[in-house]
Design a protein around this ligand. Sequence first.
Ligand SMILES: Nc1ncnc2c1ncn2[C@@H]1O[C@H](COP(=O)(O)OP(=O)(O)O)[C@@H](O)[C@H]1O
Ligand SMILES: [Mg+2]
Length: 222
Amino acid sequence: MFGKQLGEGREGAVYRLGNIFVIKLYGPSISSKDICMAVDYQNRASKTGASVEVLTSGEGFTIMSEIPGCHLLDLVKNQGFLSKEQQHALIDVHHKLETSDVYHNDADNLKNFMWHENQKRFIIIDFGLSKDRLDMVKDDASKTRDWMTWSQLNWILYRLFPLLYRCNKKYIGNRQLIFDDLSVLVEEILRLEELVDCSKCQVNAIKHNTALMDLDNKKKSV
Ligand SMILES: Nc1ncnc2c1ncn2[C@@H]1O[C@H](COP(=O)(O)OP(=O)(O)O)[C@@H](O)[C@H]1O
Ligand SMILES: [Mg+2]
C-alpha cells in the first residue's frame, strides 16, 4: 500500500506515500495525545520555516511532504565533512526554530535533521520529545531562546566530533583539525555560551573534546 521505507526510529517508521508525501506510522506505545502534541509543535516550527507542515494526522499516523535528501548522520558519513555553508545552514534553521519557542529536545540524534538537497537547507523533524519553551521558562529563567539554540547545537556538535573522527583517518591523533573543520559551528556555540547558563547541562561538547585533545597532546609529549 505504501511506497519505500525511508527511515525508522524510536517512535515508528516512515514510508513514501505517492510521489511527494510521506506517512509516519507510529508504534503502539505512542499515545494519540503524544502524536497530537508532536503535530502541534511541528506545525508551530513549520510556520517559522524550521520544519515542514504536518498535513493530516490520525490514529497512529501523520502525513507530510517528503524532504528530498538525507539526514545529517548520512550526510556527514557520505561526505566525510560538513561544509561551512552546511554549518551556517544548521545554525540558520535553529534561529528559525528559536522564534517558534519550540524546544526540539532531540538533537542528540542526528537523524532528526534533514538536509534538503535542492534547497541546500536543513529541516528539523521528529517533535516527539519537544517542549514549549514558554512553559519551561516559567520554572527556570535560564531557559532563554539563546539557551535553546545553544543546547541544540551543543548536542549536535557532541555527536559530530566522534562521527568525523571515525570517518576520517586524517583526524586520528589530531582533534584540532576537527575543531578547525567545524569552526563555524564551534564559534556560534562559543558565542552563545557567553549568553546562557549552561551549568546544569549534561554535556559540553567543546569542553569535552578540548579535554580529549589535551590528553592526546600529553600522550604525544611523553
Ligand atoms: N518528511 C520526510 N521526508 C523524508 N524522510 C523522512 C521524513 N520524515 C522522516 N524521514 C525519515 O525517517 C526517519 C525517521 O523519522 P522520525 O520522524 O525521526 O521517526 P522517529 O520518531 O521514529 O525517530 C528520519 O530519520 C528520516 O530518515
Ligand atoms: Mg527521529
